[in-house]
Design a protein around this ligand. Sequence first.
Ligand code: SF4
Length: 324
Amino acid sequence: MANEPNNTLINLRHLKTWFPIRRGVVGRTVGHIRAVDDVSLEIHDGETVGLVGESGCGKTTLGRTLLGLETATAGEVWFEGTDLLTLSERQMRPHRRKLQMIFQDPFSSLNPRMTVLDIVTEGAALHGLIQGSREGEARRLLQEVGLGDDAMHRYPHEFSGGQRQRLGIARALSVQPTFIVCDEAVSALDVSVQAQVINLLMDLRERRGLSYLFISHDLSVVKLISHRIAVMYLGRVVESGPSREVIEEPLHPYTKALVSAIPVPGRDRTDRIVLEGEIPSPANPPSGCAFHPRCPSAMAMCSQMWPTEREIDGRRACCHLYDA
Ligand code: SF4
């Protein structure tokens, strides 16, 4: 890790999360679902990295593996100079509160029998982080996410979707994290509410110096909040780089298709690249470049060899179009 920039907060090195496919009465392993397959990615202090790709490409599994909610098959997850995958459950405990997650559906992740007061202070109390009273702590957190004191003694079902997401954010903030995985955190919300929650997340990033991995299937949402974007296809990152460059000049044919689908007012849709077919099964990925059955630029070699990752003008892309 000698060459690691000193503001690197998270560094994923060749991370793999494979799930065994078991058959028969003895549960013999007959194959693997390669949900995350050799992903390397850095996230710096105060940075938001947008992770984008179609449903089933492995985005959520990557976020969950990073937080220790799924077991990695191989690779390294460096956080504040420690490889988390080498730690025991006990050694992991002090790191766990610093790594939080905001979910797509806050309703199912908020205990319906708990009041907001309990929901937003339970974690902080457990970690001994409350200085004064629980009420005072809850009031401060609710104010920070744009909710009033009157929320404190109510239950999750009494709130709208956007308000529930604010409660989910307050709960994540309550244990003073440094890094948050936002997993499709605004996907279930109306467009106007999406914008409010994204603004809140950006404010909190500035105020608290947070870093985010912002996971979404929607590039038009990801580009609003992300400093850098990583594009995932079938368990691998196929392109990554600064958001503006990735959006304005995508390198990888898959990224080009995703960018062409972003609605632009006044632009006709004749230039949209429509991909044929579905994302293949991660249990049986195509040979060579896994995108080749759907790629408009595929060449003969694409079905035979996985392309080596290349650095191109400060970006990284995996595509034979950029072979030297
Ligand atoms: Fe398309 Fe070939 Fe590039 Fe894969 S390697 S994205 S199939 S051109």
